[in-house]
Write a protein of this length. Structure first.
Length: 133
């Protein structure tokens, strides 16, 4: 596992993960506000579909630059959780246990952890509303 403690390190990891995501995979992101400086690589991600779950939907208009809006589904959670994460069906993840800290752990090959995080995303989504970008 890779441990990281800063937004700049998060940007590097997220860029690498999204750049290596293939067209037959999906990406799931649970984030606070989805800062463009960190998540801009979503615009070039080749994933079949990108699912976003956000604590707040302020400042996400940059997402409208996605070439195919049909590949994007965005939700706003009603009761934010303590953690945040990015996970792909291809086995990549970055998990932030406490969203108030810049500490996270990541891996490029842990499908079993990814399965758990994807299941968590779907559970969290039950407490969310679909929003338009």
């Amino acid at each position: 596992r890779i441990y990281n403690h800063s937004q700049s390190h998060a940007s590097i990891l997220i860029d690498a993960m999204l750049r290596h995501t293939r067209g037959n995979e999906e990406v799931y992101v649970y984030s606070g506000q989805l800062p463009e400086a960190v998540y801009r690589p979503l615009l070039d991600c080749k994933a079949r579909h990108i699912y976003l779950l956000l604590d707040e939907n302020n400042g996400i208009t940059w997402l409208s630059k996605l070439l195919s809006p049909s590949r994007l589904t965005v939700y706003q959670i009603k009761h934010p959780r303590d953690n945040h994460f990015l996970v792909t069906t291809g086995g990549f993840f970055r998990f932030v246990k406490d969203k108030n800290k810049a500490e996270a752990e990541a891996s490029f090959n842990e499908p079993s952890v990814c399965k758990v995080l994807i299941e968590a995303f779907h559970r969290y989504k039950e407490d969310a509303s679909l929003i338009r970008v």
